[in-house]
Design a binder for this molecule. Structure first.
Ligand SMILES: Nc1ncnc2c1ncn2[C@@H]1O[C@H](COP(=O)(O)OP(=O)(O)O)[C@@H](O)[C@H]1O
Ligand SMILES: Cc1ncsc1CCOP(=O)(O)O
Ligand SMILES: [Mg+2]
Length: 280
């Protein structure tokens, strides 16, 4: 296992490479938080582009360093767009991040998320209930047959999603990031627990979606595990700092983007995290 110091060095390298290179990660994401996702990607130094149509998604998948797919608000065209682009990403070996928002609601969402199993998302990012439900849908260890997803919010703790996260990471060969009061990131052999953030992150919409978009930006320059860990760390740094300066969710959202922008590579690498080796 890499030492903590080695991981911190790789986080620094990833953050600096993104700030210098302005890499593009295209998104097919929900209509609720699409603007916030793009702003967060820009704040950390990436470049954003959002599309809906199959040919445009194919273009971005090929042109960008990574792609973000979020199933939050499905449109009929996604029945065509999403499997088409996920297949291309898988076949070309391009990194992609899946946010299985509200897994369990509706037949199209279930069908699309089922199809993604074969296309092995490089990073899966979701809250605890979504991670447990996706593992259940994919018939993997730690998954629940009956989804406890309630809309887009979690009803399970991050710790309860640990087995599901490990099983998903082992299946994809990539990384899984479970968000909550603390975040759990795993590649199936190591677990990192990342601390920080703010209770205000539960009071704005898009904290989770934009975290996925930012993970895609980092995935353009580093491994899935380091990309997911770096994204969680910058969110935890920015959330903690923004909370100190505001007194409500509206101003928190704006301050949070400022803190994402201001966080230095060293500050992100030094955000508190624990490491655990998985012995299964
Ligand atoms: N109570 C909390 N305290 C600190 N950080 C939080 C809290 N709730 C969520 N976060 C942070 O907000 C971001 C989004 O997580 P979460 O709210 O779990 O996702 P989602 O919006 O998909 O449900 C993550 O960076 C997570 O660490
Ligand atoms: C409220 C809502 N409804 C469908 S998608 C969406 C956004 C969810 O965003 P997040 O999971 O980041 O809070
Ligand atoms: Mg979410």
């Amino acid at each position: 296992m890499a030492t903590k110091q080695e991981m911190q060095n790789r986080i620094i390298q990833a953050v600096e490479t993104v700030k210098k290179g302005n890499p593009m990660a295209g998104s097919i994401t929900n209509t609720v938080t699409i603007n916030f996702v793009a702003n967060a990607q820009l704040a950390v130094g990436g470049s954003a582009a959002m599309v809906y149509l199959p040919d445009e998604a194919e273009f971005l998948a090929k042109a960008g360093g990574a792609t973000y797919i979020n199933v939050g608000t499905l449109l009929p065209i996604y029945e065509e767009t999403l499997p088409h682009v996920a297949k291309i990403l898988h076949e070309t070996g391009k990194p992609w991040v899946l946010d299985p928002v509200a897994v369990g609601i509706g037949s199209l969402r279930t069908d699309l998320l089922q199809k993604f199993k074969a296309f092995k998302p490089t990073i899966i990012r979701g809250n605890a209930s979504e991670i447990i439900a996706l593992a259940g849908l994919w018939a993997l260890d730690g998954g629940a047959e009956e989804s406890r997803v309630r809309g887009v919010d979690a009803t399970d703790s991050v710790h309860e999603a640990k087995r599901a996260a490990i099983a998903l990471a082992k299946w994809t060969g990539g990384a899984v990031a479970v968000s909550g009061e603390t975040d759990l990131i795993t590649d199936g052999s190591i677990i990192a627990i990342s601390y920080g953030g703010s209770h205000f992150m539960e009071k704005i919409t898009g904290a989770g979606c934009s975290l996925g978009g930012v993970a895609a930006v980092y995935a353009t320059v580093t491994t899935p595990f380091i990309a997911a860990l770096t994204a969680s760390a910058v969110y935890n740094v920015a959330g903690k700092r923004a909370e100190l300066k505001v007194d409500g969710p509206g101003s928190f959202q704006a301050q949070f983007l400022d803190e994402l922008y201001k966080a230095t590579a060293e500050e992100i690498a030094n955000n508190s995290f624990d490491l655990e080796e998985i012995n299964l």
